[in-house]
Ligand binder design. Sequence first.
Ligand code: SAH
Length: 475
Amino acid sequence: MLRKFLLQASTRRNFTASSSSSFAFFRQCSSSSQIPNSHFVEHLEDSAESPPSATISIDRTALYNPPEHSHEQSAESELVKHLKNIIKFRGGPITVAEYMEEVLTNPKAGYYINRDVFGADGDFITSPEVSQMFGEMIGVWAMCLWEQMGKPNKVNLVELGPGRGTLLADLLRGATKFKNFTDSLHIHMVECSPTLQKLQYQNLKCMTENSSDGNEEKRIKSTIAGAPVSWHASLEQVPTGLPTIIVAHEFFDALPLHQFQKASRGWCEKMVDVTENSSFRFVLSPQPTPATLYLMKRCKWADSEEIAKLDHIEVCPKAMDLTQEISKRIGIDGGGALIIDYGLNGIVSNSLQAIRKHKFVDILDNPGSADLSAYVDFAAIKHSAEEVSGVSVHGPMTQSQFLGSLGINFRVEALLENCTEEQAESLRTGYWRLVGEGEAPFWEGPDNQTPIGMGTRYLAMAIVNQKQGVPVPFQ
Ligand code: SAH
């Protein structure tokens, strides 16, 4: 199946063309570049209504740039007032995790809630938006796992934090020839943002129909592959009882984390407070906080020498708890999960960053108007999953190894066989962005500091039901 998939020329190989000079930067914090929002003919049709837009690409992983403050005088936003009220009524500072959760996902004013962060006015671009090949290769992974699962005729395919829905749209388009697979799918989107839910509905080319059994309930299905689609605010709400394939791409990096700093009195939690002149500032907790339990748990998984070298440590209890929830579900219902994100296979020290309008900014500056994200601690995910019985953990391996072993080289060659020069250039650039480690050979951008591919900064890890054996390409 793998070979057949990779070599069959896509019926939608008319990628959105873009000139080489438009790829000025790859997720790198700096001046603007135009990134194609989409890759397929259908998207070009969409763009007839809304013309292609300039999107700035940001590298949230490059931490070189000094933070900048905005010096604009602006009225306090609802979110800023809300955060100050929490601190005031609590009678003291809040944790960085509480701050991060409010800033990103506050139901009224959180960063993700009311905007398309990937669009023309967005701040960064992710792998699925770089090239259709990314979603297609995740499709290859999912189909291979489905085969290892014994080709069940009903499967929950869950995506955590689907953004614009591009990954699943590309996965389904690439898989349409494998009808037994697509017919088995019920798609579940775990998404907190109503704005992004609407975009996902559009990009999956959904339609709403009356339920066949005559009751009031409406059914939504994606017309790309005919699969039913449902939306949920959390994984907990996704029905259990069916074998499940879970994909989490750039989801864990947005989960709220606690920051600890070594002080003369030991490890203290970094907290967010308000000064007398009403601006936010960091303070250190005078005594141990509840999250210290998670710090202790995390430190037990690390070498004492590794800890001794650090004066900051980030701990993400939500990532640990979510990993256990995923693992329990997979241990009981069967299936597997794929987590891809930028991060380290070890303890993370001090990686939280804020990005607004294509620049790194102060984490405390005008919260809610900038993205916050941090490196993912893959070692903590692995240890958390291994505490659950019935699952095995594989990886992490680099994105470059992961996509390479799945055969992205064959895929790009197959696509290159029948396309225009412009499309070929877009394909090659996308390919190198996904797998490149350093300067990409096809790069013609004006800045010689960059580009850097996502090939080694991003890691892939799988958690699968032990019965399925080792998933591709982790053998
Ligand atoms: N996977 C996509 C988007 C990554 S950005 C891509 O690679 O392009 C993070 C996504 O997770 C957004 O869709 C955001 O709205 C969603 N998200 C962040 N925190 C969430 C939470 N706590 N619950 C549900 N969705 C969340």
